[in-house]
Design a protein around this ligand. Structure first.
Ligand SMILES: [Zn+2]
Length: 284
């Protein structure tokens, strides 16, 4: 499970853009001596985990953008099924290894900065939690130092690099939190955790933009952007501002492997702003 150890932290950071951050994480995890529990892939010989029955698929939403996201989600699960991992297996894995997942992610808390997050930023976070019906007592907010990435989320943690976050305009800061909240709502991090184990990925797979694992990751990023931007016009504007500032800092687009390219993300937010937040629109 060496590979697993290498990548456990990669997908926790929803807004991390591009390979630079990913390799930073790989480097970090390669150079520490933290022993992480190994995650055996369930085999037929092992007793099946006791897992709740998968929930029935939600009814088709009436909003056209949400509808298209649901359809894309279903298409990707079908593709995963052809690769040997269906949605039920993924849910079983998440249930069976819930404690191990939490234990591994605890590493973030162990590496938390001593300096607490400011009251102002905390107020912003709690306001956005409220907007998306997130129970603030269920999520640990962790001050974190992560070059190149102001925020990240696991299923039960929100990681904030406040020094970096404050370098962005206020609307971009709000978007950043709203985006991460979507990862929490959809439990994207534990899905990545389960898939990276169940798919038995090679090093090459992680670098292959056409691998289903990366396609799924890009979809989750797109969904987080879309649902944040759809909620309020200011998040859509913040989405655009964030990506533009990021592009100007980096000078070139990311490779578009785990995350869609910046210009693709800007285009989606611009479409949402124009189509669903226009003064006469009733769709949002
Ligand atoms: Zn994200």
């Amino acid at each position: 499970m060496q590979l697993h150890k290498k990548i456990i932290l990669i997908f926790s950071f929803g807004l991390c853009i591009g390979a630079g951050t990913i390799y930073w994480f790989r480097h970090q995890t390669n150079n520490n001596n933290v022993v992480t529990p190994t995650m055996p892939i369930p085999t037929e010989q092992q007793s099946e985990p006791v897992a709740p029955k998968p929930k029935p698929e939600p009814a088709q939403h009436t909003h056209p953008l949400i509808q298209s996201l649901q359809q894309e989600d279903q298409r990707l699960w079908k593709e995963l099924e052809r690769c040997g991992v269906d949605k039920a297996a993924c849910i079983s894995y998440k249930t069976k290894y819930r404690n191990e997942y939490k234990q591994i992610r605890k590493e973030f808390e162990d590496k938390a900065l001593k300096k607490p997050i400011s009251k102002k930023t905390l107020q912003t976070i709690y306001r956005i939690f409220d907007e998306f019906n997130i129970d603030k007592n269920a999520i640990a907010i962790i001050p974190f130092n992560n070059p190149g990435c102001p925020a990240g989320a696991t299923d039960h943690q929100l990681l904030i690099d406040e020094r970096q976050l404050l370098q962005f305009p206020e609307e971009a800061q709000d978007y950043t939190i709203a985006h991460e909240v979507q990862h929490i709502v959809h439990q994207d991090d534990s899905t990545s955790f389960a898939l990276e184990n169940l798919l038995n990925l090679t090093e090459e797979d992680f670098d292959n933009p056409n691998h289903i694992f990366n396609k799924r990751s890009r979809f989750e990023e797109k969904r987080a952007d879309a649902l944040a931007s759809l909620k309020k016009a200011k998040y859509a504007r913040g989405n655009i501002l964030f990506m533009k500032k990021l592009l100007s800092k980096k000078k070139k687009e990311s490779a578009g492997i785990t995350h869609p390219k910046e210009k693709t993300r800007i285009a989606l937010a611009e479409t949402i702003l124009k189509k669903y937040h226009a003064p006469n629109s009733t769709l949002a």
